[in-house]
Design a binder for this molecule. Structure first.
Ligand code: ADP
Ligand code: ZN
Ligand code: MG
Length: 474
């Protein structure tokens, strides 16, 4: 029989906040050593009380706005009770009854056209710690306990693994752009609920939930395996399908039963009396809306209209910081396409030499735009601009002062360039001899020597032309 896949996702995302959700310990990725970022509250000492981190609410609402959700004006926390060594309070603070966002929708582009994925809800919760197993002992690391998460729950609207991965990639760019999360490895975890039904049927089949996928590739593999297992069960009676939670094993590419799916009652949920309900009034909501970044699609379109290539757009949108830097220099009067080239080619190239990535770029929009403007206005050539950029990135110098100090902005007339070429040629008789004997490489060496003398000033094309002219006549 021919079947249709039905998939719903529960995606956990660690928020990029300075501190944890209910205490002032450093947030996600602040820790260097195990149990570095731990206090009596997040390690579950008796009598400690949670204090809500306002920023978490703002980021959760921002995520909700980006996913076209209704924002709850009254939102509360509940305790989800279970015992596990990485959960020091024996309950997780989460939201069951009044989640912060509901009824959203996100459109994804797939090979079969546009698809709308409905968002059931987004809720805020705290992460659990980590168990580290070594030899005869196991260790517990509480750095991650109480790191803020949002969980985005979709309706069962996906019909293929391709749609799932497209959606996850979209969430990722959205959240990076929104400063909600950098979504590095491990900061975005996804549980996949899956069932199958005969093509054309409107009823849902038995669903299983798969956990423990470390990458988008693993998610695709898990979906393929699980769908086949369901089909074999229905077509050939290989086994009886039951609603359960299964673990994906990356090595074998198979899923294994973990536990029967818990029901809500198993967790003995009850309202957390230690946390007051949060009221989001008009003023606060307007404030959050005002700071909301434009949606990924709109942003991409804006860049496309500015003449930026698709590949560059992907690189810009891969990081909130980088897209914002470009927007900031554009606001300071730079051209978007030109600015994108400065960031993606020049800045990235300088960082790459030091073994760094673009994400590590630390330059203020003011300094970058000052350099670009000096070049645009013809005060300096691009080579000199690049030289200043290196000094700004590596030593955080002031671009205008550095330019003056290094004499990069001095007006370079051709007669001066010619003088320098003459001097260089006089200093390198062997190179000229080589050139005459057909070693064209010698011209390169002379050109380099001239550039060095000129300290990056003067138009390289002009220098090259004059040099070639002189060599021909030498
Ligand atoms: P529970 O309360 O058991 O966690 P939810 O209604 O919250 O169930 O759904 C959890 C996830 O499972 C959601 O993402 C939802 O879209 C998905 N889901 C529900 N029913 C099915 C189904 N029959 N097939 C695939 N996914 C499903
Ligand atoms: Zn703490
Ligand atoms: Mg659920």
């Amino acid at each position: 029989m021919s079947y249709e896949l039905v998939i719903g996702l529960e995606t956990h995302v660690e928020l990029s906040t300075e501190s944890k959700i209910f205490c002032s310990c450093g947030g996600h990725s602040a820790a260097k050593e195990p149990n570095d970022c731990v206090c009596p509250a997040c390690s579950g000492m008796p009598g400690m009380l949670p204090v809500m981190n306002k920023r978490v609410v703002e980021l959760a609402v921002t995520a909700g706005l980006m996913l076209n959700c209704e924002i709850s004006r009254y939102t509360t926390f509940d305790k989800k009770n279970y015992y596990y060594p990485d959960l020091p309070c024996a309950y997780q603070i989460t939201q069951l009854n009044h989640p912060i966002c509901t009824n959203g929708c996100v459109t994804i582009k797939t090979s079969g056209g546009n698809r709308d994925i409905r968002i059931k809800q987004i809720h805020m919760e705290e992460d659990a710690g980590k168990l580290v197993h070594g030899g005869k002992s196991s260790f517990v690391d509480f750095n991650r306990t109480s790191v803020p998460l949002i969980e985005i729950v979709t309706q069962p609207d996906f019909r293929s693994a391709e749609e799932v991965v497209t959606y996850l990639n979209k969430l990722k760019s959205m959240f990076r752009l929104g400063g909600i999360s950098e979504c590095e490895e491990g900061a975005m975890r996804c549980d996949v609920n899956i069932s199958i039904r005969p093509e054309g049927s409107t009823e849902f089949g038995v669903r299983t939930e798969i956990k423990n996928m470390a990458s988008f590739e693993a998610i695709e593999k898990a979906i393929r395996y699980e769908a086949q297992r369901h089909m074999d069960a229905l077509d050939f009676g290989t086994e009886e399908l039951v609603q359960e939670t299964r673990r994906f094993d990356d090595v074998s590419g198979k899923t294994f039963a973990m536990r029967n799916k818990e029901t809500e009652a198993d967790y003995r949920y009850f309202p957390d009396a230690n946390l007051m309900p949060i009221i989001i009034d008009d003023e606060w909501l307007e404030q959050i809306k005002a700071n909301k970044p434009v949606a990924v699609d709109e942003k991409a379109e804006e860049y496309r209209e500015a003449g930026i290539f698709d590949k560059e757009i992907d690189m810009l949108l891969a990081s909130h910081k980088i897209a914002k830097l470009l927007d900031d220099i554009v606001a300071l009067g730079c051209d978007a396409k030109d600015g994108a080239a400065w960031i993606l080619t020049d800045c990235a190239g300088i960082l790459r030499k030091d073994g760094k990535t673009l994400g590590e770029l630390a330059i203020t929009p003011e300094k970058l735009s000052a350099i670009i403007k000096m070049v645009d206005e013809g005060k300096i050539n691009r080579g000199a601009g690049k030289k200043i950029l290196i000094a700004v990135i590596e030593e955080d110098v002031d671009p205008v002062a550095f330019c003056a100090q290094q004499g990069l902005d001095r007006k370079v007339d051709t007669s001066m360039i010619e003088q320098i070429i003459d001097r260089v040629m006089a200093d390198h008789p062997q190179a000229i001899e080589d050139y005459k004997n057909g070693k064209t490489k010698a011209a390169q060496a002379l050109f380099g020597a001239c550039m060095k003398e000129l300290k990056g000033a003067g138009d390289p094309a002009v220098i090259k032309e004059l040099l070639e002219e002189k060599l021909k006549n030498a």
